[in-house]
Design a protein around this ligand. Structure first.
Ligand SMILES: Nc1ncnc2c1ncn2[C@@H]1O[C@H](COP(=O)(O)OP(=O)(O)O)[C@@H](O)[C@H]1O
Ligand SMILES: CCCC(=O)OP(=O)(O)O
Length: 353
């Protein structure tokens, strides 16, 4: 069965075609920052990204008619359980309206649906960013008007969780893991017997990341918002896109930060160490959620390619459980596998309402 997978990210659109579990080809289309900046809303990027995808399909001689399904990364929907969802008109409409906020992943369902419609095949999303499996006790923030919201790298974390469980000779439902996805954003989540029972909101809680602030001192934040120094849009950009490592060092590229550190830049060292320190603290907190019953701590995402970063985290958390590293992400394969599970009737397609 041939599956087309589409993963819209902040600055790129990843496309891949799978023949069953095998990736036939994959392409990352990079979108120049000035192009992306010219759109007011994420959904306004639909035609722009669609044109780039259709051009790539043509270049690769890929015929939509040869595919059994199109699968996209799911976005900031209202909270929902993990799994593979059929994309229907309602889901497309909600993705347009972006109830959970603006994020490139909102385009995944919209693009998958429109491509699939062309040849009358089903479209799916798998383990969207808004997967919410949090326990009631995890939902209280301390302010009744500000409940905690589950927004995370659920797709990659669940794929990596299944992989690590397999390596242990178990199923995902038989293990307890603390998984830290370390990318442009950072998610740290305790997975208890196949469920993500807590997670820092990767947009605005937890450790700071290459581009996001993470948890900030709340009263100081309120004062800054009302200081007149920044507009609301500037504040949000500063938190979500130009915070964290970027705010301190002017780069979102951890490889560049590490190069500077190795050339003796003390600020670069301090910032990288602080990011790892915060990740380690979050792993400690999420291990407490599991009452210390942790089979493995798993480090994944782009930053997990760095031995400095993984060593720096590991030395602080290895007393809890063995640490394994699964660098990079497996989002494209996870999308295809999610669609295949449904097409093979191993799992029902969920309906989002
Ligand atoms: N080999 C590497 N060593 C250190 N950092 C890396 C490496 N490869 C990627 N990164 C960093 O990982 C971050 C991006 O991670 P990634 O998982 O690709 O995030 P996203 O898909 O969310 O943009 C960037 O800061 C990038 O510099
Ligand atoms: C909003 C949670 C998911 C997320 O942060 O994804 P990216 O790192 O791809 O922006």
């Amino acid at each position: 069965m041939q599956i087309l997978a589409i993963n819209p990210g902040s600055t790129s659109t990843k496309i891949a075609v799978f023949q069953d579990e095998t990736c036939l080809w994959k392409k990352v289309i990079d979108h120049p920052e000035q192009d992306i900046r010219s759109f007011a809303k994420i959904s306004d990027q639909f035609s722009y990204r669609m044109a780039a995808i259709l051009k790539t399909l043509q270049e690769k001689n890929c015929r939509l008619a040869d595919c059994c399904a199109v699968v996209g990364r799911g976005g900031l929907l209202n909270p929902l359980a993990g799994g593979t969802y059929l994309v229907d008109e309602y889901l497309v409409q909600v993705s347009h309206n972006a109830p959970g906020g603006e994020h490139a992943s909102n385009l995944g369902a919209i693009i998958a649906y429109h491509l699939a419609q062309k040849v009358n095949i089903p479209a799916y999303i798998v383990d969207p960013v808004a997967v919410d499996e949090m326990e009631p006790v995890a939902r209280l923030s301390g302010h009744p008007e500000l409940p905690r919201i589950s927004l995370s790298h659920a797709l990659n974390m669940k794929a990596v969780a299944r992989k690590v469980a397999r390596q242990l000779g178990k199923t995902y439902q038989e293990v307890n893991l603390v998984i830290a996805h370390l990318g442009s954003g950072i998610s740290v989540s305790p997975h208890r017997r196949g469920r993500m029972i807590d997670v820092n909101n990767a947009n605005n809680e937890g450790p700071f990341s290459p581009e996001r602030c993470g948890t900030l001192p709340s009263a100081q934040l309120v004062k800054l918002c009302y200081s007149g120094k920044y507009t609301e849009k500037e504040m949000l950009t500063g938190i979500l896109k130009e915070g964290g490592m970027y705010a301190y060092l002017g780069t979102k590229d951890a490889r560049e930060a590490e190069r500077r550190m190795n050339q003796g830049d003390r600020q670069a060292r301090l910032v990288l160490e602080a990011m790892c320190y915060q990740v380690a603290k979050e792993i400690g907190a999420m291990s407490a959620v599991l009452c210390g019953d942790v089979d493995r701590i798993v480090l994944t995402g782009g930053l997990a390619h760095s031995a400095f970063i993984t060593d720096e985290i590991t030395r602080r958390v290895s007393f809890i459980a063995p640490v394994v590293s699964v660098p990079g992400e497996e989002e494209m394969a996870s999308l295809a596998l999610g669609a295949l599970r449904v097409l093979r009737n191993e799992e029902p397609a969920l309906i989002y309402r």
